[in-house]
Design a protein around this ligand. Sequence first.
Ligand SMILES: Nc1nc2c(c(=O)[nH]1)N=C([C@H](O)[C@H](O)COP(=O)(O)OP(=O)(O)OP(=O)(O)O)CN2
Ligand SMILES: [Zn+2]
Length: 126
Amino acid sequence: MPGVYEIYVKDHFAAAHVLKGYDGNCSNMHGHNWIVEAYIQCTKLDHLGMGIDFMDVKSAVTDVLSKLDHTTLNDLPEFCNMNPTSENVAKFLYTQLSRHLNTEHITVTKVMVFESPGCGSSYREV
Ligand SMILES: Nc1nc2c(c(=O)[nH]1)N=C([C@H](O)[C@H](O)COP(=O)(O)OP(=O)(O)OP(=O)(O)O)CN2
Ligand SMILES: [Zn+2]
């Protein structure tokens, strides 16, 4: 079986959200310092021995997170029809990062999103 490499980058953003219909405090507006982890699978190394340069992944992650940073997530078009839960934010980031980074040998495999250090969700496609 051929081996694969997995590249990992962690970043963060600050944003508020409201969980509409939630039976509890989270139906009030509140904020989090969201932590994001992106996992990228590479099946080939370049001449430098890199699957993909961390800098390229960081740049893509920063670019995508800049759309969310210091916003109220519910106000963004992406979340006008769904609650910005960590699950939905993870899927949004997965889709955006896949568009930026996927090639023949590079695939975004998972995005994890934490609303607090102990609670989060991930999205991947099976
Ligand atoms: N499956 C999910 N469950 C919950 C989500 C979610 O996105 N997916 N989100 C929430 C709320 O957004 C809530 O604010 C999250 O709370 P938590 O991460 O526990 O952080 P707190 O700020 O509330 O921390 P405390 O230490 O508990 O005060 C709820 N559920
Ligand atoms: Zn919350």
